[in-house]
Design a protein around this ligand. Sequence first.
Ligand code: PHB
Length: 386
Amino acid sequence: MTHALTRAALGAALMLAASGALAADKLKVGFMLPYSGTFAALGNAIENGFKLYVAEQGGKLGGREIEYFKVDDESNPSKAAENANRLIKRDQVDVLIGTVHSGVAMALAKAAKDADTTLIVTNAGANAITGPLCGPGIFRTSFTNWQPAYAMGPVAKARGHKTAVTITWKYAAGDEAIGGFKEGFEQAGGKVVKELSLPFPNVEFQSLLTEIAALKPDMVFTFFAGGGAVKFVQDYHAAGLDKTIPLYGSGFLTDGTLQAQGASAQGLLTTLHYADGLNTPRDNAFRADYSKAYGAQPDVYAVQGYDAAQLMQSGLSAVQGDFTKKADFRQAMRGATVDSPRGAFTLSTAGNPVQDIYLRRVDGLENKVVEVAVRKLADPARGCKL
Ligand code: PHB
């Protein structure tokens, strides 16, 4: 009897010691992002946004200090599984944050699911991540490729365009953005007459621009981002095409790129889940903090990183920082309302933001909000069984 009591007391003491150690342990966050190549600036903005929110919380999330691990994924899908497993197996991170490129992100999501590691996707729009690849531990604070592109369909039709040519990189993000636009545009009564593409991340646009000039559509819709977007907008302008065939895109075309695009981007209309000039107290405070911390204005990528940290905070506060309560942590995240600089959003069952998509017009160095193109747009999450 005495012996049994002693053992029970010892067990309790050990459990207490263990939970004490747990609270003291740092939370391991793994960034799998592009730090080189055409999307390097996007990866850096995501990391900056994430760290800004953590700094605003006194350097902790859910009361826990954070230890960061980083891998440069180079936006290279052929290295993606290996890179993901460096963070999952070698570094044993608690949460994965990444990435930008849809092809890389699909491999990352598969690796995260196999290891049952929580993943927050901070950009890549691959529809499959919150479609067939969805799962209880898979979240996204950005968008699906379908979302912003679909929203442009009715806008373009309302502006009187009946025919469109599309042009993009031939990979998941490009294909799916074009698919989204086509769905929205054709539902509204327009017609996509030709779909042009080139391999990622090539920027030799000349022969395709010549083809567009010959086709003479009412408009062009495009998905390009990062360095490729800079070059495409410059080349479209240099070819004089913008004088006769208006160019539209999902907003990545002009986000984080305006300094480099200069005069060539002026007046462009795009659709995206963030915009300049929202002028809400939440966005103004975020922008002031971001520019103070980094000496630059934030873009959509910074917002997506910032919101990943906010989403983690919601999950962690529900479990008082006890990361071993994985199911409760995830459930709290899925039910969260994220107080984003873009405007508050909730997550769909599949884990993707249900969010307003803005129509924006380039004016100087800003993507100024024109109006809300589609309110509370939810991705259809085709193929997700949850
Ligand atoms: C993607 O590959 O999903 C992607 C990349 C860059 C963007 C948007 C989407 O700006």
